[in-house]
Design a protein around this ligand. Sequence first.
Ligand SMILES: Nc1ncnc2c1ncn2[C@@H]1O[C@H](COP(=O)(O)OP(=O)(O)OP(=O)(O)O)[C@@H](O)[C@H]1O
Ligand SMILES: [Mg+2]
Length: 261
Amino acid sequence: MSALLEVDQLSIRFGGLVAVNEVSFTVGHGEIRCIIGPNGAGKSTLFNLISGIYPPSAGTVRLDGLDITGMAAHRVAAAGIARTFQSSRLFNELTLIDNVVVGMHARTRTGVLDALFRPRRSRAELDGAADEAGRIIRSVSEELYRRRHSMAGSLPQADRRRLEIARALASQPKLIMLDEPSSGMDDRDTDALIRDIGAVMAEQPKLSFILIEHDMRLVAALPGQVMVIDYGRKIAEGPFAEVRLVPRVQEAYLGSRAAHA
Ligand SMILES: Nc1ncnc2c1ncn2[C@@H]1O[C@H](COP(=O)(O)OP(=O)(O)OP(=O)(O)O)[C@@H](O)[C@H]1O
Ligand SMILES: [Mg+2]
């Protein structure tokens, strides 16, 4: 079976800067891929190219055999890619449930507000959606589920990041891309996140993940290949045990002393 995501020679230029430079990789069905690399390396920009925020200057992106290169973000979402952003984008004045209901409509163009403020006759449908949203939240975290009727704005940072994952799952994606899901988390929260991701993978064995991560504990704990981006280029790819030995990775994440350990 061919890969779910095939990225070939993808590039984008911003003026004189080639922020993503001829990057190629694939992600298989049910596979999890971590992307690491120094600040400003081009990791988030790579997500923006794949998810249709920016059209690439060159290269192609295929999802499940469909060429999605240069498609608008809502069409990429409809094709089956969900993502989170480096900075949280929740609706603080909505409950956890309603934030996830919004996510369910990410694959249809009739969007967000429509879903929440529709006329009374569709109330039953909306209640169904609320039940489904609750089920999705619960699949990510029992603890989060207990707070499902709270406003998203009341959540601590770690729970906000988890709710974003639940919202991304709500669109029933084939591929979910998480941009630094552990940012703002302490070690305990990160351990919980590792368990949450494991739970989602166990429940949806065909769902694929790409994670941008700076926390090497999380990267080491996840299965699958790790890809290193530096100055817009892919400089290494392989299991974390191998990639961690790359000098640039040692420098960026593990401290130069670790190189001699
Ligand atoms: N819209 C844009 N216009 C111009 N330059 C941009 C744009 N978006 C990103 N860049 C530049 O592209 C480079 C890569 O940025 P990007 O945000 O992808 O890095 P990153 O690897 O995600 O870094 P971090 O780990 O800090 O999040 C940076 O030099 C950034 O300033
Ligand atoms: Mg980034």
